[in-house]
Design a protein around this ligand. Structure first.
Ligand code: BGC
Length: 799
């Protein structure tokens, strides 16, 4: 069940056999494309992407296109890995392929030589990319190959998984680490990252929650912009810039029941209000490419959806780049049952606006036939090729086709401080209760012996998360290594016992762990998931600590020693027992190359934690999907005590009978070693005339101010958050929605006035006709340290 340390190669063989099996089923099931949601008019004028849509690039693209043969054009629209396309099925039959009409194997190198391979995925290393690129550059028209890779949270120097990075709420940091990974990967010839993943995830069962920024569209959009800025910089043609591939378009994260690749179905309002904003933000930030998603949305697989790819992405948002399918997603249109054969799948995907076919081996085999049969026009093919070439010209690939500079093959020492800071900022302190009158964290001078227990304490491979890029495990500093050094420096000592494996039935290590705990002043437990339990195909129906870890935790806690629980995970877990019995708990995700050093810095208080949850931590799995910006319903629970079973007035309200509605640890929540107070929340105006507010270009219509004070004893950073609610609209609105945030560092006792500007983007919502509008309604704003902020002010939008 381990994902390989290098870029994971998808189990294509499994998919191919599944496809073959489903062709027959599809032919009887019939195609049901479903209903397209109603179309709407764009709310704002779309602007061309200055880097892609320049007149010089357009001239070069047209000149080249004129010289291209059909084979060369099709070549730009296909993507293979370095093994090419293998038609081998699970039972070793070489003759069957995903595309039943093609029995050939594809030799990627041969295609490159013939100028018939536009892009490649996950080809790692300067030597390999150079070999393929040389072949392409010696082909008739010398069109370079674009090398793409899953560099998701670092190339060689690894930083926290994106969910952890989002917990920093630090967009500048995200920009910096993204740029850092671009500087590393470009030395190996990679000029295209399949990142950022901006799918909103409100269901912790979905394993890919780890790859995104969590449940909120506003935070998700801010993160999306930061990644794109970091990867692409201000100039795509710089040697250390890479093109972003924003994925997975669209609404993949809404998979029903959190089950991987499952259907999504939702209203157009929800799509636009919750799921689309981060993709749109990325496009507005200049993202050069997008990746289509595996899921069907409202009955139409995204990879064949003209509504998503054409109406929204191109017509409404003015996207100038190209769309690549996800891995074999064109072929999977057969599995979805909307295409009976490879030709129909190709026709649907290409016409919808998916320009590049990743690994299906459909576009190259089917386009000629579709043209012959007049089911596809050359104009459609040309437009697809145009978009691909545009990105290649913008990237400067024709001038600089090869990797430049000394190849980065290890974690870069000079990058360690940045990824260490990223890890420190990603940790979210969930609980820090006093033991003998003093908070357990940070560990004080008096702590001379620490027992470090748990399967994640010394697991270097696990620290790299689900997509460790080209990470090298020996580069990782584990918690055990860092604490050993630290305890030595302090003249103390570290006792280590693994206790149990991540997922096993064995309690054989419990005794040693309990013995270590009894001898120590403090116990640090490193528990959680393996990195492979989240990420792609990592859906879980149980969200507790796997294996015997919960039992180990309970027995260690029973020793009476103060326990610090570090939770490693790619998603929110259910920590209800721990929240009642363990004094200190910190969510630490998968922190990356500098995991151990960052954890030691925070445990010993050199750095105060400042992370805030990007996703709600449930009390029970049955609450999922769980998110703070819910709708009120007609029977909101109000002040009812939901921790008690229903009785009388507290029964017929929107609630569970066996668990409260709210999260155990809500979105936006996180503690510090200091404390903060909010006061004086004010709005600059009590009334906003509708005419001025209901304009897409209206900005800074109103200022919200609040005072933030560091009421504790040390300097610390707080993420101040602004939430908005409006009542009286034509459409039910969430109980509150994030519309602003700031990271603020304050000395003890220091106060600062915070300012948040509200304009059309923050006040508007989608109505039943899918128009983004402001209506004359009553607004409440809250400013505080989590989605449960209580300090508020009010205003009205007036007719
Ligand atoms: C994943 C994508 C990834 C692609 C290429 C797919 O299975 O869904 O996120 O970019 O593979 O590796």
């Amino acid at each position: 069940m381990k994902r390989p340390a290098m870029f994971s190669l998808y189990p294509a063989v499994l998919l191919l056999s599944a496809a073959v099996a489903s062709v027959a089923a599809a032919s009887t099931a019939g195609a049901s494309p479903g209903q397209e949601p109603r179309l709407r008019s764009p709310s704002a004028t779309v602007l061309p992407n200055a880097q892609l849509a320049s007149p010089q690039i357009a001239r070069r693209v047209e000149a080249l296109l004129k010289q291209m043969t059909l084979d060369e054009k099709i070549g730009q629209l296909v993507q293979y890995n370095d093994q090419g396309f293998s038609a081998t099925t699970a039972d070793g039959d070489q003759a069957l392929a995903a595309n039943p009409e093609t029995k050939t194997r594809v030799d990627a190198m041969q295609l490159a030589r013939e100028g018939r391979l536009g892009s490649m995925l996950n080809v790692v290393g300067a030597e390999k990319t150079r070999a393929f690129q040389e072949a392409a550059m010696h082909s008739r028209l010398h069109i370079p190959i674009l090398f793409g890779a899953d560099v998701i949270h670092g190339y060689r120097t690894i930083y926290p998984v994106p969910l952890g990075l989002a917990a920093s709420w630090d967009t500048r940091l995200v920009e910096d680490v993204s740029h850092m990974s671009a500087t590393e990967a470009t030395t190996a010839g990679v000029k295209w990252f399949y990142s950022p993943m901006v799918d909103i995830s409100r269901d912790a069962r979905w394993g890919r929650s780890t790859e995104g920024a969590g449940e909120d569209p506003y935070l998700g959009s801010a993160m999306a912009r930061a990644y794109v800025r970091g990867y692409q910089g201000s100039d795509l043609s710089k040697p250390d810039s890479v093109a972003a591939s924003v994925k997975h378009f669209a609404a993949y994260g809404a998979a029903e029941a959190g089950r991987e690749y499952n259907t999504t179905d939702m209203s157009d309002i929800r799509l636009r209000q919750v799921y689309l904003p981060p993709y749109k933000a990325a496009v507005e930030a200049g993202a050069a490419t997008m990746m289509s998603s595996f899921n069907a949305l409202n009955g139409v697989p995204a990879t064949a959806s003209p509504y998503l790819m054409d109406e929204i992405l191109r017509k409404e948002w003015g996207f100038d780049g190209f769309v690549v399918s996800d891995y074999t997603a064109v072929m999977e249109l057969i599995n979805h049952g909307i295409a009976l054969d490879a030709a129909a799948a190709t026709e649907k995907a290409l016409k919808a606006g998916v320009e590049v076919d990743m690994m299906s081996h459909f576009y190259d085999t089917q386009i000629p036939k579709l043209l012959d049969e007049h089911r596809l026009s050359m104009a459609t093919v040309d437009e697809a090729v145009r978009r691909v070439l545009r990105v290649k010209f913008a990237l400067g690939l024709f001038e600089h086709p090869y990797a430049q500079g000394a190849e980065v093959t290890h974690a870069v020492p000079g990058h360690r401080p940045l990824v260490r800071r990223a890890a420190e900022e990603s940790f979210v302190l969930l609980r820090n209760a006093p033991v003998d009158g003093k908070a357990v964290l940070p560990l004080g001078e008096g702590v001379k012996s620490v027992a470090l227990i748990g399967p994640l304490a010394d697991a270097s491979n696990e620290m790299q998360g689900a997509w460790g890029g080209g990470a090298r495990t020996p580069d990782v500093v584990t918690l055990r290594q860092a604490l050993e050094r630290r305890m030595q420096q302090r003249g103390g000592h570290l006792l280590f016992a693994q206790g149990t494996d991540i997922d096993s039935d064995s309690a054989a290590g419990f005794d040693a762990a309990l013995q270590a705990a009894r001898q120590a002043d403090v116990v640090v437990m490193a528990l959680g998931e393996s990195s492979a339990m989240s990420g792609e195909a990592g859906s879980r129906a149980h969200l507790d600590l796997p294996g015997k870890q919960q039992q180990l935790l309970e027995q260690v806690a029973a020793t009476g020693k103060p326990v610090v629980l570090l939770v490693f995970s790619g998603r929110p877990l259910v920590l209800d027992w721990a929240a009642r019995h363990v004094p200190a708990i910190m969510a630490v995700w998968f922190p990356g190359t500098e995991a151990g050093n960052a954890l030691a810095n925070v445990l010993f208080g050199d750095v105060a934690p400042s992370g805030k949850l990007p996703m709600s931590f449930p009390r029970a799995v049955g609450q999922e999907p769980l998110y703070y910006n819910q709708f009120p319903t007609g029977r909101p629970p109000g002040a009812a005590d939901l921790s008690r079973p229903p009785a009388g007035d507290t029964r017929f309200i929107s609630r569970y009978i066996d668990v409260p509605n709210d999260a155990l640890f809500p979105f936006g929540y996180g503690l510090s070693y200091s404390s903060f107070a909010y006061s004086d929340v004010r709005v600059s105006r009590r009334a906003l005339p509708l005419a001025g507010a209901n304009r897409p270009d209206a900005r800074s219509l109103l200022t919200v101010t609040a005072t933030l004070t560091n009421t504790g004893k040390r300097e610390a950073t707080e993420v101040a958050q602004l939430y908005v609610r409006n009542l009286g609209a034509s459409v039910e609105q969430p109980v509150r929605s994030l519309k602003g945030f700031q990271r603020v560092t304050l000395a003890p006792g220091e106060s600062r006035q915070l300012r948040f500007e509200l304009g059309f983007p923050e006040l508007s919502f989608y109505d039943v006709r899918s128009r983004q509008i402001v209506e004359p309604t009553h607004y409440t704003v809250w400013v505080g340290g989590s989605s449960q902020a209580t300090q508020q002010a009010e205003f009205d939008v007036t007719r």
